[in-house]
Design a protein around this ligand. Structure first.
Ligand SMILES: NC(=O)c1ccc[n+]([C@@H]2O[C@H](COP(=O)([O-])OP(=O)(O)OC[C@H]3O[C@@H](n4cnc5c(N)ncnc54)[C@H](O)[C@@H]3O)[C@@H](O)[C@H]2O)c1
Length: 719
């Protein structure tokens, strides 16, 4: 990094104003502007220079990066801070520098284009006036709570003053960035202008401010209407209590940062003593920043950043082929979902199905999802039409010669898939790729249907495709590096998170999930009730849903079918509880026929447990003989046990990072635990092995729960 850090002051003469100082930010050697300690120190030095000058009439913060204003604090630095004292020093420094901006005796402007997040947003809040471009890259907000921390450079104190209590709580507690339009609507920016006019409009804005006196200001939100006045004033306790309820509902109490942020806002709202307010913010920041939860959330952030830099083929130099158009075979649940996410990201899609009705359903599915986005003002009607026009379909192979990749999502049958893959390849260019979305069949075996198996791989999406971020990319024995790199890049282009896995039963995620679901069935067999087990996992462990609700989602027929495949592949260690086998003759398929462990309404919303299921499965009334510890440990430790085998014996993935990313993105494994293997390391693999051995013996589970040789050898998954 150069000595000036890529920050500099540039003077510019503006008519009717005089010399205006532009504070340009363009961090050297970095793709983004971020606030590290050296950058903050340089910023302080430059601000001191501005304060000393009698020449400057106004100060304007501007980024020279194409689509980034300031991305936020430097996460590498946050990760390296390991004591409360170090956090205190860093936060005090940030607060004092942003106070300098607020206290300059000339008016200050932020000219915002691109991402303006975290510390970047706190910087613009310390300015007097804010103008932004309406570009889609302009997104402003305070995402700190997503990392288990809270805005610490004055964001909790200044944002409520600028946009009012309710909007500030929405922004800070959810930790989401606002698009330029929304940011302007809530008052986070004063002006919104076309990207090409940003500079000219900023100059004009400065001139206008100087025409009316060139004053500094401390923007204070003024509620309009009686209700708003009451809620921002005497009835603010209602807003706080609603916000607290909302946070508890969204986080089940597992995430301390949003609650702490709420407490800070409550204590500092309208406090006239800035020093004391910032002190409160700093103390609370340091409290949450030093928790294991924050470290785990930062770990997940690192995992997602890591993927952005990867190619899917470590150590190999290949250039992925650019994919402009894809084909999808099968316009059912998965094919329709994949068509939506691809077209949503601007990729041309050609759907092929045997059944024209399936095609019509897929168009409708995509259109409905975009219409919802239009209602939420995420896209406009022009964008909606553009996106819809990207999808075409038919019952033949028209246009397939123009496609770079075809994703197969037809019936789960090896013979049919192999035949269709061969037929499809004959209708495509020889360099084009075919990938399968199979969830349980061997990719290597399936590739035998393709004339060039090197051009064939798995691309396993999860259901519902538009919601689930993970895609497992499965490398068959003959899949080429070029194919993996191209599909890896395509997955990212589709806004999904790719993890490359080796071919094997259940690949990674389903291989780990199945023992967990199978164990839940044994708990049921042994007298536990469905609701109690599910509640333990949700309320005490933090899973998004319990194993029975999950089985209903996946489909009970699918669970049984895959468990049987696993039993064939893995032998004794896979077992089906008698009640699971009994399910087969009950006609219960789960959510898809609204008949499973739970009741479902006509909109497919899950209701209460269907109490008739116990009798239907030949079970007596549950007595709930086990505590939450045993129920949770048996399920979660079974996953860890299987993971040790998948990881060390079969090398299904190469690093523990990939396991954690896949489990969080593919199953919703509680992010605050950092992932399955971070969690395993926190309780220690030796403890997992001892407990499993105990349960295996006590519950006569034999090989099903016996710790694997691989697990017994692990001291830490992360080394
Ligand atoms: N549903 C899930 O949760 C899920 C999740 C991951 C992977 N998968 C896998 O995705 C694939 C599709 O599953 P789905 O749930 O979307 O099935 P689906 O039954 O909803 O859709 C399959 C579609 O393929 C069409 N089809 C059948 N044969 C065809 C052919 N020869 N050419 C063109 N179209 C043909 C059918 O008409 C149907 O519209 C399966 O391999 C499945 O294992 C499913």
């Amino acid at each position: 990094m150069s000595k000036d850090q890529g920050l500099k002051l540039v003077s510019r003469e503006i008519e009717d104003v005089g010399t205006v100082c532009f504070f340009e930010m363009d961090l050297v050697g970095e793709k983004v502007n971020k606030l590290s300690t050296p950058v903050m120190l340089k910023m302080r030095e430059l601000l001191q220079e501005v304060a000393r000058s009698t020449n400057y009439k106004a100060l304007v913060f501007v980024s020279k990066k194409p689509k980034i204003f300031i991305a936020g604090a430097d996460i590498d630095e946050i990760r390296a801070l390991d004591t409360k004292e170090k956090f205190e020093t860093a936060v005090s420094q940030g607060q004092s520098i942003f106070n300098m901006i607020e206290d300059l005796n000339i008016p200050t402007f932020a000219m915002i284009h691109g991402a303006c997040a975290g510390g970047g947003c706190e910087l613009i809040l310390a300015c007097d006036y804010r103008i932004s471009s309406d570009d889609s890259s302009t997104r402003i907000g305070l995402p700190e709570t997503q990392l288990g921390i809270l805005p610490g450079f004055g964001g909790c104190v200044r944002l409520p003053r600028v946009v009012g209590l309710q909007a500030a709580l929405d922004v800070i507690l959810a930790g989401k960035l606002l698009n330029a339009k929304k940011a302007n609507k809530v008052g986070l920016t004063d002006r919104l202008v076309h990207g090409n006019l940003l500079e000219a409009q900023t100059v004009q804005y400065i001139q206008e401010i100087f025409k009316s006196g060139g004053k500094k200001r401390r923007k204070t939100f003024q509620p309009v209407g009686l209700v708003a006045k009451l809620l921002e004033g005497p009835l603010k306790f209602v807003v706080f209590s609603q916000a607290k309820k909302g946070v508890l509902k969204a986080t089940s109490g597992f995430y301390p940062a949003p609650l702490k942020a709420l407490e800070v806002i409550q204590r500092t709202f309208k406090m006239s003593d800035r020093t004391r307010a910032l002190e409160i913010e700093k103390e609370s920041f340091c409290e949450v920043a030093t928790t294991e939860i924050s470290k785990n959330l930062i770990h997940i952030f690192d995992l997602t950043e890591m993927v952005k830099k990867q190619s899917g083929v470590p150590g190999v130099q290949v250039t992925p082929t650019e994919v402009k158009g894809i084909g999808i075979l099968g316009a059912g649940t998965m094919g329709g979902g994949i068509a939506f996410v691809a077209a949503d990201k601007g990729i041309k899609v050609r759907l092929k199905d045997l059944n024209p009705e399936a095609l019509a359903k897929a168009y409708k599915h995509a259109r409905d999802l975009w219409q919802k986005l239009m209602k939420k003002k995420v896209i406009d009607s022009y964008q909606l039409t553009q996106k819809i026009n990207l999808i075409s379909g038919g019952t033949d192979y028209a246009d397939f010669k123009t496609l770079d990749v075809v994703i197969e999502a037809i019936v789960e049958d090896m013979g049919i898939k192999q035949k269709v893959i061969g037929e499809t390849a004959a209708n495509m260019r020889s360099d084009a790729l075919i990938v399968t979305n199979t969830s349980s069949l061997s990719v290597t075996e399936m590739s035998k249907g393709h004339p060039h198996p090197a051009n064939f791989a798995g691309m396993h999406f999860f259901n519902p495709v538009h919601k689930m971020p993970l895609v497992e990319i499965i490398r068959g024995e003959k899949t080429s590096d070029q194919t993996i790199a191209t599909i890896f890049e395509l997955t990212k282009k589709m806004g999904k998170m790719p993890v490359v896995v080796k071919d094997g039963p259940g690949f990674l995620v389903n291989r780990l999930l199945l023992p967990y679901m199978a164990e839940a069935a044994f708990l049921l067999q042994e007298g536990m009730s469905i609701e109690v087990v599910d509640q333990f996992y949700v309320k005490e462990f933090g899973m998004p849903m319990g194993p029975f609700a999950l089985m209903d989602e996946v489909g009970l027929d699918v669970c049984i079918k895959v468990l049987k495949i696993f039993k064939k592949a893995f032998g004794d260690r896979v077992d089906l509880a008698p009640c699971m086998l009994a399910l087969e003759s009950t006609g219960r398929l789960g959510k898809k026929n609204r008949k499973g462990f739970y009741h479902y309404d006509d909109k497919d919303y899950r209701g209460e447990v269907d109490q008739s299921i116990y009798q239907a499965l030949g079970l007596s009334t549950p007595t709930n003989p086990y505590d939450s510890k045993e129920c949770i440990e048996r399920g979660v430790f079974a996953m860890i046990n299987e993971c040790a085998r998948a990881f060390y014996e079969d090398q299904i993935v190469k690093t523990p990072h990939e396991v954690d990313l896949a489990m969080i993105m593919g199953t919703g494994f509680p992010p605050f635990r950092g992932g399955l293997l971070k969690y395993a390391d926190s309780v220690k693999a030796s403890y997992v092995a001892t407990q499993l051995a105990g349960y295996s013996e006590k519950r006569k589970a034999g090989a099903r729960l016996a710790p694997s040789e691989a697990l017994k050898k692990v001291s830490n998954f992360y080394v």
